[in-house]
Design a protein around this ligand. Structure first.
Ligand code: PLP
Ligand code: COI
Length: 355
């Protein structure tokens, strides 16, 4: 039996798993809500999306995703306020970025209504899965991949767009220690670094594993040409505070145009904090550490929110950052999460009500 919400056909699960989940002890992205949205691209167009119970999908072994990695994704979160209203943060920006990524990977772009109406219907249906505990939210993973088959190294003729959701706690537990990369690169000019392509993450796993063996949590990528300039981390953009100036690298072919990053830049400007979007060399950061002007470093992203960096390693030397009582990281984290969870005014119009 199916029903229709927002013009979307819904097949509900017969047995909800919600009672099996401990909402007081949520990891990041490891339990999944009852339903998912699925939309197929075939015969030259996106077909009507539908919602089904969360379930495995069957793919041909020759599906091009397996061989040529044609896949892109997004990361978003849904929040519940104290009146149980459901909110998203700048969702149209995620939709637009998904299509920017798709275009670069020769994947057909999605119609806005399928993404937005599909997401709203899914969240209405799985509303009870949105955690209310501070620091928790419903992580949303929209993704598109090549389901069409063939060993010819060319774009597939069929794709799937799926949205799954996962009630989640924080991405990092505890202090974040990063390694500034000197050898490997995440991306290059003319490449796919600006896209949220699955392969960008696969390519980071090995260097990140090496960094983890040395006790670091993430790699901070540097430019592929000289390895002298700080770009971004594995799953977040990077901000550095020298004296009271906030510095972050400009976006480029090589860097993901993070929604949290651009929100922090706008919040900082509104607060009268001096922000510089410019190239930032590793030597400038080390010099600032040595002369005491480096106040803080933090990562920013949907999953990571605002994550202070406690220490960084470079050329076999570890540099510890000071612990501040009043950090920019804490300030922006509170400003952003208060807007996201409807606890404060939203002067920029970033909040989006779902129901
Ligand atoms: N950079 C990378 C490589 C990421 O994976 C992410 C996460 O989405 C970000 C930056 C932050 O982007 P956003 O703030 O849009 O989540
Ligand atoms: C996000 O922040 O949503 C991301 O996509 C990062 C991810 C790799 C966990």
């Amino acid at each position: 039996m199916s029903t229709i919400i927002n013009n979307i056909e819904i097949i509900k699960t017969k047995s909800s798993k919600i009672n099996e989940v401990d909402f007081d002890d949520l990891k990041f992205g490891s339990v999944f809500s009852d339903h998912m949205l699925v939309c197929d691209y075939k015969d030259g167009k996106w077909q009507e999306p539908k919602i089904t119970p969360y379930q495995p999908i069957t793919l041909d072994p020759a599906a091009k995703i397996f061989h040529y990695g044609q896949s892109v994704f997004e990361g978003m979160k849904a929040y519940k306020d104290e009146n149980d209203s459901v909110w998203l943060f700048r969702p149209l920006d995620n939709f637009k970025r998904l299509n920017i990524s798709s275009k670069r990977l020769a994947i057909p772009e999605l119609p806005e209504a399928y993404f937005m109406e599909g997401l709203k219907a899914l969240l209405e249906l799985d509303k009870d899965w949105i955690p209310k505990n501070e620091g928790s939210s419903l992580y949303i993973r929209p993704f598109v991949f090549a389901s069409g088959n063939g060993f010819h190294a060319s774009p597939a003729d069929e794709y799937k767009f799926i949205i799954c959701t996962a009630p989640s706690g924080s991405y990092f537990s505890g202090d974040v220690k990063v390694l500034i990369e000197e050898k490997y690169s995440r991306s290059a000019n003319g490449g796919v670094g600006f896209a949220k392509a699955g392969g960008n993450y696969a390519g980071q796993f090995y260097p990140t594993q090496l960094a983890k063996e040395k006790g670091y949590h993430q790699v901070i990528w540097t430019d592929d040409n000289t390895h002298e300039y700080i770009e971004e981390a594995g799953a977040m953009n990077i901000f550095v505070r020298i004296n009271d100036t906030l510095i972050t690298a400009p976006t480029s072919d090589r860097i993901l145009d993070g929604i949290t990053r651009k929100s922090i830049i706008e919040l900082a400007k509104a607060e009268g904090i001096n922000v510089e979007v410019r190239k930032l060399s590793v030597s400038e950061v080390i010099e600032a550490t040595k002369n005491g002007t480096l106040k803080e470093m933090f990562g920013a992203g949907t999953a990571a929110v605002v994550s202070p960096i406690a220490a960084f390693g470079y050329k076999d030397v570890d540099y510890n950052l000071p612990k501040l009582d009043e950090s920019y990281a804490d300030f922006f984290k509170k400003q952003i999460t208060d807007i996201q969870t409807n606890k404060s005014e939203d002067p920029f119009g970033w909040r989006f009500k779902v129901d």
